[in-house]
Design a protein around this ligand. Structure first.
Ligand SMILES: [Zn+2]
Length: 293
């Protein structure tokens, strides 16, 4: 295992960060705006979000680069700025982290389907290779491939990210099928472990899609299927519409309460996805790292 991961895991679970999208919206990002472009246009706000997680106690924070592959950026006419957006995202998170936290660069899906030939494997490989290299150039110490629904795309992203030499975390969304334990394309946690491990991931995980309770059995299955550390970032329950705005159904206290079971199910890295903010991280730190008397 990578020495950075080893040293982080001396004190397990490692508390990671919460959502970025919902935090950016609180800072004024409007729907339709490109969140990743804020690294260049609103660096102060982006750094503030990173700092809020560091101050809450995150030992790993991510970068505001979830959609910063050139395929997704092209929808905003920003493909040619991919390198700069990713590099700057990593620089901003490193600045906020200082010596207090590690920075792992976030890579999300392209939003295009291989299955229907909307995108080719080569286009994906080249976009993710460019993104991962720019994140490394900006100082990212690891890469997180996250919110992936298609195992084929995830594999390509993992292989591309491994080219940087940095440790790679690979996370799928499991929220489909009658038992909510499949990816959108129908793959099981066990199939994901096999494919992502052979692609070179050093940490396997799940994020987004469902709340923390639903991810406890998924975490157990990932744990049983691999000796690699498991990374979990569930949502803050299910999205609910309140006065026309999307909010999430559970509080930071409830989330942290369930997090004990997630730790018990074998999660080595625990954070939150959609709907979680710095207060969730603060509660996780209190609940999971408090010494029992
Ligand atoms: Zn999410």
């Amino acid at each position: 295992m990578n020495s950075l991961l080893d040293s982080l895991l001396v004190h397990s679970p490692v508390i990671t960060d919460g959502a970025w999208g919902t935090q950016l919206q609180q800072q004024g990002l409007t729907s339709g705006q490109c969140p990743d472009a804020w690294n260049l246009t609103h660096p102060f706000e982006v750094e503030q979000i990173a700092r809020s997680y560091v101050e809450a106690g995150s030992r790993i924070i991510l970068t505001n680069t979830f959609g910063a592959n050139r395929i997704t950026l092209s929808r905003h006419g920003l493909a040619e700025q991919a390198h700069q957006i990713n590099r700057t995202g990593a620089i901003l998170s490193r600045k906020a982290a200082g010596e207090r936290a590690c920075v792992f660069g976030s890579i999300g899906p392209s939003g295009k389907l291989l299955l229907t030939d909307e995108v080719t494997e080569e286009e994906l490989r080249s976009a993710f290779t460019e993104q991962a290299a720019a994140l490394r150039d900006g100082g990212a110490q690891g890469i997180v491939i996250e919110t992936m629904s298609d195992l084929s795309e995830a594999r390509i992203a993992v292989e591309a990210a491994c080219g940087t030499g940095l440790p790679v975390v690979a996370c799928m969304v499991f929220d489909s099928g009658p038992d909510h334990d499949r990816t959108m394309m129908g793959n099981t946690p066990e199939e994901a472990v096999r494919a992502l491990t052979s692609a070179g991931a050093e940490v396997i995980g799940a994020n987004c899609g469902q709340g923390i309770e639903g991810y406890i059995p998924i975490c157990s299955r990932l744990r049983r299927a691999t000796p690699l550390p498991v990374w979990m970032k569930p949502n803050a329950g299910l999205p609910v519409l309140v006065e026309g705005r999307v909010t999430y159904s559970i509080t930071a206290e409830e989330f942290a309460g369930h997090a004990r079971a997630l730790k018990g199910a074998g999660a080595s890295f625990i954070g939150g996805c959609c709907g979680t903010g710095p207060e969730f991280i603060r509660m996780l730190v209190q609940t999971l790292t408090a010494k029992t008397p």
